[in-house]
Design a protein around this ligand. Sequence first.
Ligand SMILES: Nc1ncnc2c1ncn2[C@@H]1O[C@H](COP(=O)(O)OP(=O)(O)OP(=O)(O)O)[C@@H](O)[C@H]1O
Length: 412
Amino acid sequence: MASSTCIPSTFTPILHNLTARNSMTMVGLLSYAPKTLRPLSLPKSFGFSSLSTAAKPPRKFFQLQVRSVATPAEAVAGFDDMVAGTQRKYYMLGGKGGVGKTSCAASLAVKFANNGHPTLVVSTDPAHSLSDSFAQDLAGGTLVPVDGPEAPLFALEINPEKAREEFRNVSQKNGGTGVKDFMDGMGLGMLAEQLGDLKLGELLDTPPPGLDEALAISKVIQFLESPEYSMFTRIVFDTAPTGHTLRLLSLPDFLDQSIGKILQLKQKISSATSAIKSVFGQEKPQMGAADKLEKLRERMIKVRELFRDTDSTEFVIVTIPTVMAISESSRLHASLKKESVPVTRLIVNQILPPSASDCKFCSIKRKDQMRALDMIQKDTELSGLTVIQAPLVDVEIRGVPALRFLGDIIWK
Ligand SMILES: Nc1ncnc2c1ncn2[C@@H]1O[C@H](COP(=O)(O)OP(=O)(O)OP(=O)(O)O)[C@@H](O)[C@H]1O
């Protein structure tokens, strides 16, 4: 089957060279025709084997060597399903550190935008790399437009520390030392002892791992409630590494419980202090903060619902072909399944191309990778997932053209 596509005429000589060496050279560079276009038909079933960099972009995307590697992604991934409809959908990409979560998330966001979806890509990983991936400064915790794609694409890097600080302030006013001091001052020591039942002190002093992530996602939900965000029909999350994600899944329940207790206590404090106030004329505790806490609790419940909503949400696991990464992905999938989080796709990233067999080191490495891929087929957790194989390319995936390039390989 041939697919019609375009090549910038300014780069034709390079294409000719490549074509002369190998007639299957062209697939990867076709998407990167920026201004002057010339239609060209090429077989769709060729994959990339490597990409080499020239001095200046976008030229580097035209020095591409392609072999007739059938891209397994093609038959199974179903990007058409992902892009269909204007109802808002959320995609969460997660996996072990360094496997390519950010690159895959950013490439998906670019692809959605280029398919007409106003898209938001959000990083909730405390170690943000979206800015690096888009080669643009996206820091600051607000919506930043990404230059390049056809439909609007915005990025948001949530600052989890700031979110935690906010939470801490609010909680302290309601049930932490703020309330404790207040109650001690009021001679309400007995009531203060009830604070011992709360896991709140523990929560504030040694925040459970994953709290940052939960708060970051809760922050996103807060943003999404505002009209400014209503335009987005696709929202892609670049999440923190596996450990955080697993802890995050159990966290909403934990926080929900803790906050529920705080709010009950607030009720008691409120009635006790109003009685005292009527005698001594003291100030009431600040109730605005409790409302904020209630809001946080509501958002936590929404986070939990969002993660489990099969109609609008999909969690995509990203891995690499090593035994360690695949074992971790298997555990991640088991945990996601247990929590009823919808998962259908597994991206196996950074697969060495067959051409790597020319080098002894690469050839051994590739054999290892093939064994790891076999492991997926035998793994009871992973074998049922749609596996998308993405090649290791020999240039860093940075900037919208590069992400578009990667996106066209992965998301088909
Ligand atoms: N298929 C690929 N081919 C070549 N390089 C890749 C590929 N995928 C990712 N990379 C590179 O690997 C590095 C790590 O990728 P990325 O930041 O996407 O991983 P991550 O899983 O988000 O990492 P972290 O867990 O640290 O956030 C980057 O330099 C990226 O350009």
